[in-house]
Design a protein around this ligand. Sequence first.
Ligand code: ASP
Ligand code: MG
Length: 443
Amino acid sequence: MLVMKFGGTSVGSAKAISEVAAIVKARLKQKPVVVVSAVSGVTDGLIRLAEEASNGKGADLFSSIHGQHKDILLDLKLSESLCDKEFAELTALVKKTRKKKSKLTQKTLDTFKSFGERLSSLIVAETLKKAGVPAKAFPAWELGMITNDVFGDSDPLPESSALLKKKICALTLVPVITGFLGKTKKGEITTLGRGGSDYTAAIIGAAIKAEAIQIWKEVDGFLTTDPRIVPEAKIVSELAFEEACELAYFGAKVLHPKTILPAMELGVPVQVLNTFKPEGKGTTIVSSFEDRRHKSHSVEAFSRKKGITILHVRSPEFFDGSGLMAKLFKVFERHRTSIDLIATSVVSVSLTIDNEKYLKEIVHDLKNLGDVSVVRGKAIICMVGGSINAAGVAGRIFTTLGKHEIPVEMISQAASGVSMTFVVDECDTERALRILHAEFIEK
Ligand code: ASP
Ligand code: MG
């Protein structure tokens, strides 16, 4: 079986939805299990609707969400009444929320949010049927997506997996399942966190041990670097999960790796594909970097994150004060700020952060440990690939940058050999990416 997840833009218009139907129809032999997001913008609209309703308003917003779906139905030549039941339910929820004077709860908000995927799944299923594909829309909870009651950010309960498997494998038609949604054991609607439809796809793909999970979006996949900076950027055909994590953390906004973890744990590959260029090969994310390392002998991709601040802490006590590191990390823990890179010498430690919210407090506390200096306006460049720790690669990176007089600091190579990360001045970022891309990808 093949899990095919379509994001908000992929179901964002009648034309896109027709495209989706054609893509699914072309893969019927692989037994597709379809997962959909809400029509793009609708989840945000529903959240605003909930807020407005709790302030006694919301009529205009309701009409606009209603109109948006009606227009799609009309353009697809589907019955206008297809979503009547859902809209009647949403109307009742708006009314009830208006009357209630109490504050909007996460639980009520989740029920509001649920309408996005419930509506889009109905429309996609109906479009498939019209194209001659036996299909049916399902709220995920009807197929076994039982979650905990952390409204707004729930996770499936362990028993979900077996339930999903049993129910989905028994189906003889193409299910079009709501992404993002579940229900608690008590039957209350929950959501899996923003962007949670990818997570739904991964949970289902893992449960049914799918041959692959396809995430259909409006981008071609992971690219060798940001094409806005380097127009020559190409699609990366394969990445290991760890590599995708590094790239995403340092700026590549293709997907949130955390959401595909359930698939990676079971070794189910995840493909990122473009709904609007379905013939493309996209990027396949595989779970094992070790396997990939043996196949790939190249540097695959770079990403970058700007707005980096370096903190240097100097103290002779680092020399033998074994507890000092622990104290240092505690400071960041206390002020809920995560460290991206770290470099140590005998008498100093340098760390980078990308969030200055608690900088003043952090510096204050670090001063108890040693001399502190703060350097702003930096950027991190992250490079991944099967040969990133092969002999000579690091030398080539820094010689190339050196030739162009781009100073580099805080070089860090992950012990797993998955990435090479370093800091440059923010103003050198674009130039560094172009130079490295020319050296490693275009050659
Ligand atoms: N519709 C939800 C959101 O916008 C879930 C998703 O699209 O993945 O967050
Ligand atoms: Mg979305």
